[in-house]
Design a protein around this ligand. Structure first.
Ligand SMILES: [Zn+2]
Length: 410
């Protein structure tokens, strides 16, 4: 495999100043620089908004918890090899960095009594978690030790699971379209041989049947041995520049944790019932998502999550004030804008192109005098000078539509 392809997102991440990996901070612990953080912030806001409109309730929970919590969840019994070792504060006080958010979200469910009217209860968070990956496999953003997962746990009555899984598949498709994710395939991940699985055969069979029904009409393949330790799942795969597949989106059925955490709800007839827990992620971890997005867009993100959306270039010092005023107007309109004064106009245009900025606004003497701007698009097209307000509305419309194009539809 070509090494240049394999390191693509790392190289672009460096060139575009999106993130840095510093050996002093530790392998697999990248730091997001302002440009990368701006793009990630836009994506996180989009994901939360999509979820909010689909009936999700967002929470915050700490990435650290007592050892007993992860003994109860089964993570220490089944997943300890992938976790950092516990930290001991005193003889009876040990903490672990969590390898998953499910235990905390089970406690959100348990925070008060639940009735059938509360279901499906969708507890969502972009939350931190940790994996003790060996240093040899770490690289850039694709394999990391500190992970920010777009996660949710949807607690459902058994008869709601089919509709819930289909609705999650719809949300996944919507998020992929907005971000420019092109899946390589759908996988139904099933149990394999071995002792690492919990739950009885009847639960596994029922969960598998529900997922197969939800996948009706979808082209998928089966992945024996790819299930979670607590249940089967639907995994949506992406391929990197080197053709290696990884999971970006997942839907997992779990009958086990509701038992372990003794979760229940009062049904319409007054009886106690156990909910089913659906673990799901629309776009996976922010790290792996951006490793993919950087490569698939070659760093030229759609305008709505471009780190800087508009760079303003005064032709000479006489227009510096006009360019600054326009940048302030753009920021007031919710856009990410900068003024670049340094160097020749040609060099500044080339620098904006190198940084993959979607819009460059040139402000010459004529534009400064009549309050207009000449827009140049990232793809090389140039527009006639237009009033500054029109230019900001044009960019704002593209951003609001989360379009992959740089001009609104004619
Ligand atoms: Zn989970």
């Amino acid at each position: 495999m070509k090494e240049s392809d394999m390191i693509d997102h790392r190289r672009l991440g460096r060139e575009l100043e999106l993130f840095v990996s510093d050996p002093l901070a530790g392998a697999g612990l990248p730091i997001w620089l302002p440009a990368g953080a701006a793009a990630r912030h836009a994506v996180e806001e989009y994901v939360r908004d999509l979820e909010r409109r689909a009936g999700y309730r967002h929470v915050y929970s700490p990435p650290l918890g007592k050892r007993e919590l992860f003994e109860l969840s089964g993570h220490l019994g089944h997943f300890a090899d992938d976790m950092f070792p516990p930290m001991r504060l005193s003889a009876d006080d040990e903490f672990v960095l969590r390898p998953a958010l499910c235990p905390h979200h089970a406690l959100v469910y348990r925070a008060r009594g639940r009735s059938y009217r509360d279901l499906p209860l969708r507890v969502a968070e972009i939350g931190g978690m940790y994996r003790a990956e060996r240093s040899g496999v770490l690289g850039g953003l694709s394999r990391v030790r500190a992970i920010s997962l777009n996660d949710s746990h949807n607690f459902c009555a058994l008869e709601q699971v089919g509709d819930e899984v289909r609705e999650i598949l719809r949300l996944i498709r919507e998020a992929h379209a907005a971000l420019g994710v092109r899946p390589a395939g759908f996988r139904l991940s099933l149990r394999g041989p071995g002792e690492k699985y919990v739950g009885d055969d009847a639960q596994w069979a029922r969960a598998e049947e529900l997922l197969r029904a939800a996948l009706d009409g979808v082209d998928y393949h089966e992945g024996p041995g790819e299930a979670a330790f607590y249940g089967p799942k639907i995994d949506i795969q992406i391929a990197d520049a080197a053709g290696r597949e990884s999971t970006i989106s997942t839907i997992q059925l779990d009958f086990d944790k509701p038992e372990k955490f003794d979760l229940s709800y009062t049904d319409a007839d007054g009886g106690r019932k156990r909910p089913v827990m659906v673990h799901r992620s629309l776009v996976g971890s922010m790290e792996r998502l951006f490793a993919y997005l950087i490569e698939v867009h070659a760093g030229a993100f759609p305008a709505w999550y471009a780190p800087v959306q508009l760079v303003l270039l005064p032709v000479d010092d006489g227009q510096a004030e006009a360019a600054l005023d326009l940048a302030r107007l753009a920021e007031a309109a919710g856009l990410r804008a900068e003024v670049d004064h340094a160097g020749s106009l040609g060099a500044r245009i080339r620098d904006a192109a190198r940084r993959k900025v979607p819009y460059v606004g040139v402000v010459g003497a004529r534009e400064a005098a009549d309050g207009s701007v000449s827009l140049r698009l990232r793809d090389g097209r140039g527009l006639d000078p237009m009033p500054a307000g029109d230019a900001l509305r044009l960019i704002g419309a593209v951003v609001a539509a989360r379009s992959a194009e740089l001009l609104p539809p004619a």
